[in-house]
Design a protein around this ligand. Structure first.
Ligand code: NDP
Length: 259
């Protein structure tokens, strides 16, 4: 089985939920990345306590960096710090994980909610890649690995099957047009990124993480899967991805999903 072996990783929204668990499991690997840039919007706030405790146990390897994905100047400031810490090396694996949803149905949806969610779930991931592209390109160029992989250079956009036009997951549980439309747009963004960055051998994927027990996952009722189990499977899937999957929408278990 292929191994997931990136030298450097960046996760957005890493202070809780899926993002925090990604950092936990990556640093707990037998061959952990040399650098894990655990980014979050408020590193000094109460919601970053668990991440801070984790980073304290893995000093140097887990580095907390302030990054609000809805603020391009914060993204640029984070990229400057990360470039400095990488000291000439590239960034192998970038998780656009940060995401929000606003409770709504077709009647109660508002332009304000639609815009706020689009800003975090779509514009954030777009600006992230524009800003971090030089580091992703560098990682791809300096890698001795053939083809495309998450160990070489990859963008993983954490999407949702709620954004699938063909599937429309869990409509009866929540209509949430702001969220569904934003994830459908994130899927299109992933496709566009894959077309543009194919020549750089940067793998681009939209991934449905499964319905996991996080603050967001539990909001409509208890999710069936623990975040520990879900992230374990996601990391196994990421290890298997190659140029065959770039520009596609994949499930947590690696199966292809309908747009
Ligand atoms: P949580 O609500 O538990 O965590 C969301 C994370 O995103 C938090 O760390 C939050 O930070 C961060 N965040 C929100 N806005 C911003 C921002 N502007 N800048 C930086 N960070 C931000 O959600 P999950 O962990 O469950 O979700 C992670 C991703 O997985 C999301 O994209 C979500 O849509 C997707 N997903 C989740 C599913 C599930 O069942 N859990 C199912 C399908 C998809 P803060 O603490 O500061 O608010």
């Amino acid at each position: 089985m292929e191994d997931l072996n990136p030298r450097s990783v960046l996760v957005t929204g890493s202070n809780r939920g899926i993002g925090l668990e990604l950092v936990k499991q990556l640093v707990g690997k037998s061959n952990p990345p040399e650098w894990i840039f655990a980014t979050c919007r408020d590193p000094e706030g109460p919601r970053a306590k668990d991440l801070k405790n984790l980073a304290a146990r893995h000093q140097h390897r887990v580095q907390i960096i302030q990054l609000d994905t809805s603020d391009p100047s914060s993204i640029k400031a984070a990229a400057a710090k990360i470039t400095e810490r990488l000291n000439g090396a590239g960034l192998n694996l970038l998780f656009n994980n940060a995401g929000i949803v606003k409770e709504s149905n077709m009647e109660s949806e508002t332009p304000e909610k639609m815009l706020e969610v689009y800003n975090v779930n779509v514009i954030g991931p777009m600006v992230m890649i524009q800003v971090f592209l030089p580091l992703l390109r560098k990682a791809s160029q300096e890698s001795a690995l053939k083809g495309m992989s998450c160990s070489k250079a990859a963008i993983v956009n954490i999407s949702s099957l709620c954004g699938s036009i063909a599937d429309v997951l869990a409509w009866d549980i929540g209509q949430i047009p702001n969220y569904r439309c934003s994830k459908a747009a994130l899927n299109m963004l992933t496709r566009c990124q894959s077309l543009r960055y194919a020549e750089d051998k940067i793998l681009c994927i939209a991934l449905h993480p499964g319905w996991l027990q996080t603050d967001m996952g539990n909001a409509p009722g208890t999710a069936p899967t623990t975040v520990e189990d879900g992230v374990k499977e996601i990391l196994k899937t990421l290890a298997q991805l190659s140029e065959k999957e770039t520009g596609t929408f994949v499930n947590w278990d690696g199966k292809p999903l309908p747009w």
